[in-house]
Design a binder for this molecule. Structure first.
Ligand SMILES: *[C@@H]1O[C@H](CO)[C@@H](O)[C@H](O)[C@H]1NC(C)=O
Ligand SMILES: *[C@@H]1O[C@H](CO)[C@@H](O)[C@H](O)[C@H]1NC(C)=O
Ligand SMILES: *[C@@H]1O[C@H](CO)[C@@H](O)[C@H](O)[C@H]1NC(C)=O
Ligand SMILES: *[C@@H]1O[C@H](CO)[C@@H](O)[C@H](O)[C@H]1NC(C)=O
Ligand SMILES: *[C@@H]1O[C@H](CO)[C@@H](O)[C@H](O)[C@H]1NC(C)=O
Ligand SMILES: *[C@@H]1O[C@H](CO)[C@@H](O)[C@H](O)[C@H]1NC(C)=O
Ligand SMILES: [Cu+2]
Length: 227
């Protein structure tokens, strides 16, 4: 039997700590380039398949992450997932991605406290937004959409994700899937912006099914009314 989960709330570890990195807390990135989008497509023959897409929001603050992962058969969760610092080597060995993206040098010894996301490693997406629950050996498909204010689609800064990778872990920390983030290219707004109005990027169709997607839709409505 296949389970399909729509994750609307997060699952957090009990013992979390607000730890400031050696270089400070993470900055909210407010100038992500309009239309920039990167996708990590997992290998089709692995334990987990599917993709994670990272796109600038319509207002430049934060990055919308849209995940569709399926598989997990025979694996043990809950499953963490992160942006890792390095790309996947050509041979596909996920160990080559090294550690989490951590431009502020926080380290991962103490778990992230999602109440204080600026104190988490920038790449610790599961720490900030929740792990994927245990599939108990069964096949699972997970759709997840959220906005993270600390990762970036802006080239040249430490929080830039476009030249890095995403890694999914089992409950023991083993790396069960990984993929390079690669550019999707720059979208143009579907309609010309009225003078004074910025481009608007409504959430994708899949995200409309989730709570965060509904918030995205609400933000879109507000943006239209404000023009
Ligand atoms: C998936 O396919 C690639 C390329 O053919 C191969 O290198 C890799 O070992 C395969 N992985 C698994 C888990 O079978
Ligand atoms: C920017 O847009 C995202 C949704 O795309 C929304 O979650 C966020 O609140 C907006 N931020 C600001 C500062 O308007
Ligand atoms: C990931 O990207 C790097 C850098 O472009 C490249 O060398 C590597 O071969 C890619 N890995 C895979 C598995 O395609
Ligand atoms: C990756 O590292 C882990 C932990 O050191 C090791 O058990 C595993 O065999 C490594 N995997 C590969 C494919 O090298
Ligand atoms: C896995 O088992 C746990 C404990 O019985 C349960 O809470 C959880 O909902 C199960 N997960 C799935 C995807 O069925
Ligand atoms: C990715 O880009 C950032 C920002 O330009 C840079 O600091 C980092 O070294 C790059 N990482 C890799 C693996 O190329
Ligand atoms: Cu990781």
């Amino acid at each position: 039997m296949q389970f399909k989960l729509l994750i609307a709330s997060a699952f957090f570890a009990a013992s979390a700590s607000a730890i400031t990195g050696k270089l400070g807390d993470a900055a909210v990135i407010t100038d992500n380039p309009a239309g920039a989008s990167y996708v990590a497509t997992l290998p089709s023959n692995g334990t987990v398949t599917g993709s994670a897409k990272f796109s600038s929001t319509g207002n430049g603050t934060g990055v919308e992450v849209s995940i569709d992962f399926k598989g997990f058969k025979g694996a043990t969760g809950p499953y963490a997932y992160h942006v890792h610092d390095q790309p996947v080597p050509a041979d596909g060995n996920c160990n080559g991605t090294l550690a989490h993206l951590d431009p502020y040098q926080r380290g991962q010894a103490d778990p992230c406290d999602p109440k204080y996301p600026a104190t988490c490693e920038v790449g610790d997406l599961a720490g900030k937004h929740g792990k994927i629950p245990n599939s108990n050996g069964s096949t699972l498909e997970v759709y997840l959409v959220f906005v993270d204010n600390y990762i970036s689609t802006k080239r040249g800064i430490g929080a830039f994700v476009g030249n890095r990778s995403i890694v999914i872990h089992n409950s023991a920390g083993g790396r069960i899937a990984c993929a390079n983030l690669t550019t999707v290219g720059v979208r143009s707004p579907s309609t010309p912006s009225p003078s004074g109005g910025g481009p608007i990027s409504p959430s994708s169709g899949a995200s409309a099914l989730t709570v965060s997607g509904l918030f995205g839709f609400a933000a879109f409505m507000v943006a239209v009314l404000a023009l």
